[in-house]
Design a protein. Structure first.
Length: 366
């Protein structure tokens, strides 16, 4: 009797299904290399994604399928604060590399470039990040992060940012700032990471102070009045608010000679009259340090989906490299040397493989 009741229940269920309805397929398996979803995306190469989407029969895609398609080749790029130069590099990368379902870069506004390495190591959804080279030294020595060079690789080195020390007339060298008041810049900026490292390496103790409105000429007027002895800014030259300092203000740029204590982290920089007409006399220069910035990637296992995402990003970056070097994109793209290295940090394998292939490929004569 019980068996007859079960059979009757099954027949009743079947009778309630409208004719022509078939069971929906299961969600795609979580692999990027062999799924039908990726094959569909590759068939639409170059097409910009839009919502709603439909399948080959013209029916709207299921939510789980659409979710998978949107995430398959999308990666997060930790860029920096909205006012900084790195966010422009990131948005230009996103614009040039956008390839519909085949590649999408999401620039992320962060707490600042110094914190981007934290995001790359620990924040979900972040695969690449703009970082300054001395951040790796800080994480190794101050934060005691183990095996950092095994967890993070670099893709390329971005243009340098110069260390700009604006000081009162009596401050002729960094040594003169021993025990003096120095503004390190606002939180989240590159200055707040680089400045302590420089003074630590030189063995110079200073008093850190915070000037209001740090990115305006008014901040430097406070230095002239004695509220601080100097301010440090780490940014690509020229900084507009530094260039606006009047020539008769009594302030000047302090020279930072390059020596062996900086050789492992920094490069040689300089300021000329063309950079700062009000602060550097014509025909003269002021030596300084330059901080390399890097486009860094998390070192995912080579057989993982996350690695394949970054690998595709690298390939598309190099395929579109000449586009980035043309207007309307930032002129600093033309200053990037793809072969430039970052001391103490390994290069992302897919980048090195691409460079090796280029080296083996005979160049065409024009």
């Amino acid at each position: 009797m019980r068996i007859l009741i079960i059979i009757a229940s099954i027949l009743l269920l079947i009778s309630t299904i409208p004719s022509g309805v078939v069971a929906e397929p299961l969600a795609p398996p979580k692999t990027l290399s062999t799924t039908p979803v990726v094959e569909m995306a590759q068939a639409k190469r170059g097409a910009t994604s839009s919502i709603p989407r439909r399948d080959q029969q013209g029916q709207p895609l299921r939510d789980d399928t659409l979710k998978y398609k949107l995430n398959s080749w999308t990666l997060g790029l930790a860029a920096g604060q909205l006012e900084g130069a790195p966010i422009r590099f990131a948005t230009e990368l996103a614009r040039v590399l956008d390839d519909g379902d085949n590649m999408r870069v999401l620039p992320i506004i962060t707490r600042g470039v110094p914190a981007n390495l934290d995001d790359l190591l620990y924040l979900r959804g972040v695969d690449i990040a703009v970082a300054q080279s001395d951040a790796f030294e800080y994480f190794r020595t101050n934060r005691k992060i183990n095996n950092l060079n095994k967890r993070v690789n670099y893709i390329l080195r971005f243009p340098i940012a110069e260390v700009q020390v604006i000081a009162r007339p009596e401050i002729r060298s960094l040594e003169d700032l021993r025990g003096k008041k120095v503004d390190f810049g606002p939180p989240g900026t590159s200055t707040t990471l680089t400045t302590p490292l420089i003074f630590q390496r030189l063995g110079i103790n200073v008093q850190e102070v915070k000037l209001p409105n740090p990115f305006t000429p008014a901040a430097y007027q406070r230095i002239a009045k004695g509220e601080a002895d100097a301010a440090v800014r780490v940014s690509q030259k020229p900084l507009s608010h530094v260039a606006q300092i009047p020539p008769n203000s009594g302030l000047h740029l302090v020279s930072i000679p390059f020596n062996k204590v900086f050789a492992d982290l920094y490069a040689i920089g300089e300021f000329t009259h063309e950079d700062y007409p009000n602060l550097v006399p014509e025909g003269q220069r002021v030596d300084t340090l330059a901080v390399p910035f890097v486009l860094a990637a998390y070192n995912w296992p080579k057989d993982s989906d996350r690695y394949r995402k970054v690998e595709r990003f690298v390939v598309k970056l190099f395929e579109n490299w000449e586009k980035l070097r043309q207007p309307p994109f930032a002129a600093k793209w033309r200053d990037i040397n793809l072969a430039a290295t970052v001391p103490g940090l390994p290069r992302f394998p897919a980048t090195q493989e691409w460079l090796d292939r280029q080296a083996r490929t005979p160049q065409k004569k024009e």
